[in-house]
Design a protein around this ligand. Structure first.
Ligand SMILES: NC(=O)c1ccc[n+]([C@@H]2O[C@H](COP(=O)([O-])OP(=O)(O)OC[C@H]3O[C@@H](n4cnc5c(N)ncnc54)[C@H](O)[C@@H]3O)[C@@H](O)[C@H]2O)c1
Length: 368
């Protein structure tokens, strides 16, 4: 098996936390090029790799013959131009979420990648939580029955600190919506199916963060109807004071159907809660061992903190799809479908009206 060479563009937080350790676990994979507009950030990542080409210009990186695949981990505004440039040079692309600033842009990226015949993947990292994959399996085999309700609640305490590019609309596109809810919209579409129509509200309660202007929303809520008749309620906030952050804070998903109820929380990577219709209530349901890692992943689930290490399976999936010449899970199409709901949420929040999603936006997600 020949070595696959990767370039990473944007070598900040998520690259150090997820992408580099994930690629390090993959066999016959090399990080051959790194790019960041900040020399200091680039140097920090380079020091972890050793021998590697570096540049502050992504154009230099995507045209390199020794690069087969590119991971994009920059602020959101740069995702589309970098992805299109990489695709134009025939590179496979894994792009951080939200993959673009709007759904039409995301669809353009997906279409360009399909046309070029390269692999494309959206970094919806929580799809790699073992409990999420087991939940989808249980739904697939009928344990939920007819879906009635999807409910998600993402509550974190980010206080009023400065969030850098994340609080600048022209760089981030949206705030809590793209940052956190984009993942949960993807859960909803993955577990229940496409959304037909929705109404939403967003709120900016911190117009200044640590002395710097914030023109993005801190809170968002969506009320949705799915094509299959189920209902959805999704809420996400950076201002749930005292709830802590990341996996230490609340990331709750509940699905109710004709056969029962399942509850998923990111903080419990190997456990769901389950209640059978007419039963005594919900109780823990262990995730079987075969779901602890992504199929084929070389990761040992006994090594490291499993609340961090499940994320490394994302890099494996990208590598495996490239080698197998098959679609990545989740692809840019899933990124675009989540983005369609984000666009509709902003439109609804502005107009105060229910928004019907177009057939294109509501298109069924490719099954995992
Ligand atoms: N999948 C997840 O769970 C997850 C988690 C965190 C962040 N993210 C996403 O990852 C992306 C990066 O987030 P982060 O937290 O790592 O941000 P960050 O600010 O820590 O890192 C971004 C880096 O990109 C660099 N950069 C900016 N413009 C660039 C350009 N044109 N070319 C090259 N480098 C450029 C910056 O200098 C910075 O070092 C965002 O899209 C974010 O939404 C996803």
């Amino acid at each position: 098996m020949s070595t696959l060479n990767f370039a990473i563009i944007g070598t900040g937080g998520i690259t150090l936390q997820n992408h580099l350790p994930g690629l390090a676990l993959c066999k016959d994979v090399r990080v051959s090029a790194l790019c960041d507009t900040s020399e200091a950030t680039l140097e920090k990542a380079r020091a972890q790799i050793g021998e590697v080409a570096v540049s502050t210009s992504y154009e230099d990186i995507v045209k390199r013959d020794d690069v087969h695949a590119v991971i994009i981990a920059t602020p959101n505004i740069a995702h589309k131009p970098i992805a299109l440039a990489a695709i134009a040079h025939g590179k496979h692309v894994l792009c951080e979420k939200p993959i673009a600033m709007s759904a039409p842009d995301a669809r353009e990226m997906a279409a360009a990648a399909d046309l070029a015949g390269v692999r494309h993947m959206t970094a919806f990292t929580y799809r790699f939580v073992p409990a999420m994959r087991y939940l989808r399996h249980l739904i697939d085999i009928g344990e939920l029955g007819q879906p009635y309700h999807f409910r998600s609640c993402r509550l974190q305490d980010w206080g009023t600190r400065n969030l850098g590019w994340r609080q600048v609309k022209s760089l981030a596109g949206t705030g809590e919506l793209g940052d956190m809810l984009s993942h949960r919209i993807n859960f909803a579409q993955h577990l229940i199916g496409p959304i037909k129509r929705m109404v939403a509200n967003v709120k900016n309660l911190t117009p200044m963060r640590d002395g710097m202007p914030n023109d993005t929303e801190d809170w968002v809520a969506i009320l949705a109807d799915f094509v299959n008749g189920a209902t959805g309620v999704l809420e996400s906030s950076k201002l749930a004071s005292g709830r802590n952050e990341s996996w230490r804070s609340l990331d709750y998903v509940e699905v109710n159907g004709s056969e029962g109820t399942f509850e998923f929380t990111t903080g419990k990577w190997n456990e769901l809660l389950f209640g059978k219709v007419g039963g005594p209530g919900i109780a823990p349901l262990a995730v079987p061992r075969e779901f602890w890692t992504w199929p084929g992943s070389p990761r040992d689930p006994g090594v490291g903190d499993p609340l961090i290490t499940f994320r490394y399976d994302q890099a494996f999936e990208f590598v495996d799809a490239i080698r197998a010449g098959r679609a990545c899970v989740p692809s840019f199409h899933e990124g675009a479908a989540s983005q369609a709901v984000m666009d509709a949420a902003l439109e609804s929040a502005t107009t105060g009206k229910w928004i019907d999603l177009t057939a294109e936006a509501a298109a069924p997600i490719r099954p995992a």
